[in-house]
Design a protein around this ligand. Sequence first.
Ligand code: BGP
Length: 468
Amino acid sequence: MLHKKLKPFPKDFLWGASTSAYQVEGANLSHGKGPSVQDVKKVPEGTSDLAVCADFYHRYKEDIALMAEMGFKVYRFSISWSRILPQGTGEVNQEGIDFYNNVINECLKYNIIPLVTMFHFDMPQALEERGGWEKRESIDWFVNFAKVMFENFGDRVKYWLTINEQNVLILSGDIIGTTTLTGPEKYKSLYQQNHHMLVAQAKAMALCHEMVEGGKIGPAPNISLAYPASCKPEDQLAAQNLNAIRNWLYLDMAVYGEYNHLAWAFMEKRNATPHIEEGDMEILKNGHPDFIGFNYYSTATVAWCDENQEETFGHDQQKTRMEEGVYLGAANPNLPHTDFGWEIDPFGFRATIREMYSRYRLPMVVTENGLGAYDKLTEDGKVHDPYRIEYLRKHIEQIQLAITDGAEMMGYCPWSAIDLISTHEGMVKRYGFIYVDRDEFDLKTLDRYRKDSFYWYKKVIASNGEDL
Ligand code: BGP
């Protein structure tokens, strides 16, 4: 600690939690909604499809009432693009607008601030078939979608997030079902997609400021500070490489409108620098986020990587894939893991926040953080999840330490408010404060139960983070 005394959480600190449309809503091909890439992806073996999820589409009132009971100040959810615009552009689905109006109004009824993610892994399939993010037109498609959202919801939604985990879309799209590209050719396409998303994001940020009175908007990448696997100087270079390619590329662009030079050198190495049209760099410079939203699950550890090295560490969105000649993902022997193999690193959370604040000097809101586990409902309707409480407590402690270090923190929205379908590991990987009574394939009652963490978080919020 740098100080002896901890600074308190700000009075208006936004305590809440997160979900995303395709993982929580269900009703994925009904009520006028068009399919998204998530609805047509190959569902990983042994995991449920997205037809019902937590059935939030039909039970949002009950769920938001439970969030209010926990004392939420904010609820982060995403709007499904293809529920609003079934073809991605063109005709608006009024039922979709009505649904999100109802969700927003329900939040406001309890004084819960809606924090809306505009895009969370769910490109409309109709647009994917027209070339998706690789097409230059994707910028206009997204800006049009943003406009529809600001027009319909901007009178009540003042906090917006652009693209959830754009870095994960680029680095691990194969894991979360947004790309089938593999091999050396993938880079060129992916970094062109990335460029379009960055320009689209900058335009959406500018448009938000123009259209939404008092509107605030920011990005929402997944940030994991990279550690060198040892104090060998080469490992430090590998960690800098990963930090640039995984983290700073996205935030340097969102905040400063500049391509990070190390990430650019990596794109050159892979023959994957994007085509940049005249005027793009100006648009990128004019984006200006009001805050940074970021998801944090763990840090990453990497070693130097020679050419022709073999991958030794498993890979998903939190476990770093090898990049030949750039970095090699490694296990951190100092850290425990979750049942699903993700490392747990609360100290790394503070280190990540410190580093981000040093680089960007913007207020930050944690848009995801949490522990996936095989929770069990007992016969008397309880869910004992002390492991989740411990995880969250340790991370909240580190936020307070980071605030004491001088970082500006606006809020904390762990993943997830309620159990929902994981990106690739089904319903059994639960994160919620609220348990949903269903199995992978057996929908059971879909009733809601308060987990032990529900009561604990309620107390944390009521004491503004003092009673952990
Ligand atoms: C993030 C995503 C979420 C979410 C979470 C947990 O990458 O933004 O959508 O699901 O990770 O990941 P998983 O569902 O794979 O456990």
